[in-house]
Design a protein. Structure first.
Length: 202
C-alpha cells in the first residue's frame, strides 16, 4: 500500500508551522539568540495553513479518519505532532536544533533526556505551536487534552501520564500507527456520547 498522501502533506505542514513559530518566537535569526520580547509572542495561526483534503486515495486511513471525524486544524496538529517521532522524526528535528543552540530552553517543552536523539513532544509543545504565550488562546485549546476528547476516547492518543499537564508526552497508540501504515485493523473506541457503533455480520 502506498503511504498516505495526506499523511505526507500534514508532516510538511507540521515542519512549516514548527519553523514559523520558532523563528517568530526568537526572531529572524532562526533562534541563534533569545530575545526579551519573546514573552509577548503571538503565534502564527495554524488554521490558514492546514492542507485542504480534496480527494482521498484508496487505503488512506489517516485521511479517512480526519474527514470522517471532521477534525479541526488543532486536532490534526495534535495527531501529526504525536506521530512524528515514530514515523518521520525529521519533521520535528528543528526543535532539537534550537535546543542545542539555546541551553535550558523551556518554551516548547519536549521530554527531557540526554540520551534521546529524537525529539518527543509534550502538551507544552502543542500549546507552543497553537498558542505561543497568548494565555487566552492557551485556555481555548485546553479542551484538546481532556480525557473526554475524541482523540483520547477513540484511542488515537494515549492517556496523559504526568501529574503536570503540560509535561505529559503526546504518545499515539501503537495500533493506530500500525493501521495508518497498513499493517493491521484499527477500530476506534467510541464514547457513549458518540452516535456510532461497530457493525458486524454475525
Amino acid at each position: 500500500m502506498d503511504i498516505s498522501t495526506t499523511l505526507q502533506t500534514d508532516f510538511q505542514w507540521l515542519h512549516y508551522i514548527t519553523k514559523a513559530q520558532i523563528n517568530n518566537y526568537y526572531g529572524p535569526n532562526e533562534a541563534d539568540e533569545a530575545v526579551e520580547s519573546t514573552f509577548s509572542f503571538s503565534p502564527v495561526p495554524v488554521e490558514p495553513f492546514a492542507p485542504n483534503i480534496t480527494t482521498l486515495q484508496e487505503g488512506d486511513i489517516y485521511g479517512e479518519y480526519i474527514v470522517n471525524n471532521k477534525l479541526e486544524a488543532a486536532d490534526r496538529l495534535l495527531i501529526i505532532l504525536s506521530l512524528a517521532p515514530y514515523l518521520l522524526p525529521s519533521a520535528v528535528e528543528y526543535f532539537r536544533v534550537v535546543e542545542r543552540r539555546i541551553e535550558g530552553i523551556t518554551a516548547f517543552g519536549g521530554v527531557p533526556s540526554l540520551e534521546k536523539k529524537v525529539f518527543t513532544p509534550t502538551i507544552q509543545t502543542a500549546l507552543f505551536l497553537l498558542a505561543g504565550n497568548d494565555l487566552a488562546l492557551r485556555q481555548k485549546y485546553l479542551y484538546l487534552f481532556e480525557a473526554s476528547h475524541k482523540l483520547y476516547q477513540q484511542k488515537i492518543l494515549q492517556p496523559m501520564e504526568n501529574a503536570v499537564l503540560v509535561d505529559s508526552p503526546l504518545i499515539p497508540y501503537t495500533s493506530f500507527i500500525l493501521k495508518i501504515m497498513g499493517h493491521q485493523t484499527y477500530q476506534p473506541q467510541y464514547s457513549r456520547d458518540f452516535p456510532a457503533q461497530l457493525l458486524t455480520c454475525e
